[in-house]
Design a protein around this ligand. Structure first.
Ligand code: P6P
Length: 339
């Protein structure tokens, strides 16, 4: 009987968010409407990503498509879809995308109270080899009812109302937090709905995996070098950690949520602020990681406490299992004392 009950009680992402929002007395459904437009964008990108390989195969992806239009690169196409979906939701006032140098200020007639920062297709350089890629987003609220300015975007990650990502891999998985835990949904293509498949994700307290681009080891600073050394040659006689590095942030972080361990994109001599972007890569993943019981550290401070000064600012990031991040925090703290 319980199996049947499970099958018929389809918890879609829309129902889930409506349930959650109904607990907020002042909620008027705006957030639910905003999220439904983000979900729509992800469904579109999922179908476009899955066809990309095929399109290349049957020559559609060449210079022009059947309408004779210039075939857009998938990340540009994804960006266009998200910008249009978010503006048409009527719930946003500022959009910040990895693809656009400047922020998009929504025209007054379509303006809402939310700011959405997003990377429409992170890791898109991996599309041609079939590696999982993803959309990452974060949502801020603009409280006052006034003309929004760029200052409204430069908020610390701890002010985010919600964050999430959609991973386009063997299945299409949408992971979301609205501030009370993390939940994962899988797209059922036959229904066109995201169904709750990973309720209340909690990252293991400690993991057996470290995830970093070892090719940058020559340029790492002392604490990162020491930490990775300890992963490979543990001093306490425990077994070495495994290295898993996909090179696509959504894939590496999603694995970290489910299996535990630590993901590192450190600063190095070539990139003193690391490579990953604060607003739409570091903050959303750090928000989710804390909500799942893990933590996120920049090498100097809690990642969510960082106050960005520029839209596309970068930051080093160490995130994952609580105890694993504690270890690298201790190494950076000891290093600061020596200075
Ligand atoms: P590297 C992909 O290009 C990306 O932005 C992230 O998705 C990924 O974590 C990182 O860069 C990989 O960078 O320098 O290791 O190739």
């Amino acid at each position: 009987h319980s199996a049947d009950a499970q099958r018929t009680d389809l918890m879609t992402i829309t129902r889930f968010v409506l349930n959650e929002q109904s607990k907020q007395p002042e909620a008027r459904g705006d957030f639910t409407i905003l999220l439904s437009h983000i979900v729509l964008g992800c469904k579109f990108v999922c179908s476009a990503v899955n066809k990309a390989g095929l399109a290349k195969l049957i020559g559609l992806a060449g210079e022009t498509n059947v309408q004779g239009e210039e075939q857009k690169k998938l990340d540009v196409l994804s960006n266009d879809v998200f910008v249009k979906a978010l503006v048409s939701s009527g719930r946003t006032c500022i959009l910040v995308s990895e693809e656009d140098e400047e922020a998009t200020f929504v025209e007054p007639s379509k303006r809402g109270k939310y700011i959405v920062v997003f990377d429409p297709l992170d890791g898109s350089s991996n599309i041609d080899c079939g590696v999982s890629i993803g959309t990452i987003f974060g949502i801020y609220l603009v409280k006052e009812n006034r003309e929004p300015t760029i200052e409204d975007v430069l908020q610390p990650g701890k002010n985010m109302l919600a964050a999430g990502y959609c991973m386009y891999g063997s299945s299409c998985t949408f992971v979301l937090s609205t501030g009370s835990g993390v939940n994962g949904f899988t797209l059922d293509p036959s229904l066109g709905e995201f169904i709750l498949t990973h309720p209340d994700i909690k990252v293991p307290k400690k993991g057996k995996i470290y995830s970093v681009n070892e090719g940058n080891a020559k340029n790492w600073d002392g604490p990162t070098t020491k930490y990775v050394e300890n992963c490979k040659f543990p001093k306490d006689g425990s077994s070495p950690k495994s290295l898993r590095y996909v090179g696509s942030m959504v894939a590496d972080v999603h694995r970290t949520f489910l299996y535990g361990g630590i993901f590192l994109y450190p600063a190095d001599k070539k990139s003193p602020n690391g490579k990953l972007r604060v607003l739409y890569e570091v903050f959303p993943m750090s928000f989710l990681m804390e909500q799942a019981g893990g933590q996120a550290f920049t090498g100097k401070q809690r990642a969510l406490d960082l106050v960005p000064t520029k839209l596309h600012e970068r930051s080093p990031i160490f995130l994952g299992s609580y105890e694993d991040v504690e270890e690298i925090k201790a190494l950076y703290a000891a290093d600061q004392k020596l200075e």
